[in-house]
Design a protein around this ligand. Structure first.
Ligand SMILES: Nc1ncnc2c1ncn2[C@@H]1O[C@H](COP(=O)(O)OP(=O)(O)OP(=O)(O)O)[C@@H](O)[C@H]1O
Ligand SMILES: [Mg+2]
Length: 304
């Protein structure tokens, strides 16, 4: 069932803009998602994520800008190859799961026989093999979400756009979702998903775009987003000489409590210098360089 997608089949947004009355929801937005990349799209409520995704999928017109896939402008035939998981779930509540998925697959041009096989394969992959006959309305939120994912994937899309696919999933279901997104990216599909679970985005994504009030404020790997920020060192020292941390050249104390000290290093100061001083002061029980998390980078990026 693993059908590789051709290399170079990336998604590109250029100068995208969309207003609703006075509200500029998407403001001159540009980024690229190469084939095979798992791309996290993050931003505060109302930042413009859903609007952007709906424009990519052709459900909403842009006021300006372009969306291309594999270098070609989006048209109906390319759109047919998108797998989209909308924020507002779009399933038929009274229809049975198996029938519904088959319907979506055929709607996207899968031959009937192939569609039936694909439905069974996805139901099994998503742990829903005993629910094919269930009506969607009788299922829990998380299981409806799995069906919604299956609906986005059942026609073997070449591009995946998922609006908050992890919202409301339990940790096991979230692992399953993450595994599916990883394997779709490994197949060569550009996978764009929005999420407010930044720890998960940090673990999962090759690249991340942060948008704020419709504008791109940061884009890159989490390492790139960290950029040239100061190095931070955390040291725990037992039985330390009082005041040992106050006079270290090139290492400023940011936090200090019960033997735990967080230092911000000046450019050119090496962590070893802090370690040497800590050893002279007492017994070092913990020593590590601390990297800002995506959540911290996000807060800094959107509050500027
Ligand atoms: N159909 C619409 N009519 C009027 N305003 C809209 C419409 N759709 C979106 N907006 C506005 O555009 C802005 C961006 O909304 P959007 O739904 O894209 O945000 P979002 O980043 O997806 O937020 P969330 O994290 O809450 O899902 C908001 O100010 C929203 O109120
Ligand atoms: Mg949204």
């Amino acid at each position: 069932m693993e059908i590789p997608v051709s290399a170079g089949a990336g998604l590109e947004l250029r100068g995208l803009r969309r207003s609703f009355g006075d509200v500029v929801a998407v403001d001159d937005l540009s980024f690229e998602v190469p084939a095979g990349e798992l791309f996290g799209f993050v931003g505060r409520n109302g930042a413009g994520k859903t609007t952007t995704m709906r424009i990519i999928c052709g459900l909403l017109a842009a006021d300006a800008g372009t969306v291309t896939w594999a270098g070609a402008a989006m048209d109906a035939s390319i759109r047919e190859r998108i797998g989209y998981m909308p924020e507002e779930r779009g399933l038929y509540p009274k229809m049975r799961v198996g029938d519904q998925l088959e319907y979506f697959a055929v709607l996207h041009g899968r031959p009937h026989r192939r569609a039936q096989a694909d439905v069974l394969w996805w139901l099994e992959r998503l742990g829903l093999d005993d629910r094919a006959g269930a009506k969607v309305e009788s299922m829990s939120h998380g299981n409806q979400q799995r069906v919604q994912l299956a609906a986005a994937l059942v026609h073997r899309p070449d591009l995946l756009i998922l609006d908050e696919p992890f919202a409301g999933l339990d940790p096991i279901a979230a692992d399953l979702m993450a595994g599916v997104l990883r394997s779709e990216a490994a197949r060569g599909v550009p996978v764009v998903f929005s999420s407010h679970q930044l720890e998960l985005v940090e673990q999962l994504c090759g690249k991340v775009a942060i948008i704020d009030r419709g504008r791109l404020v940061a884009c890159g790997t989490v390492g790139e987003l960290r950029g040239d920020g100061p190095r931070m060192i955390r040291v725990d020292v037992r039985g330390a000489t009082p005041g040992w941390s106050d006079a270290l050249a090139g290492a400023e104390v940011v936090e200090q409590q019960d033997g735990h000290v967080l230092f911000r290093l000046s450019p050119g100061t090496e962590p070893e210098a802090v370690l040497d001083s800590a050893r002279r002061a007492g017994t070092v029980t913990f020593f590590a360089e601390v990297q800002p998390s995506l959540a911290e980078l996000f807060r800094a990026a959107v509050s500027e």
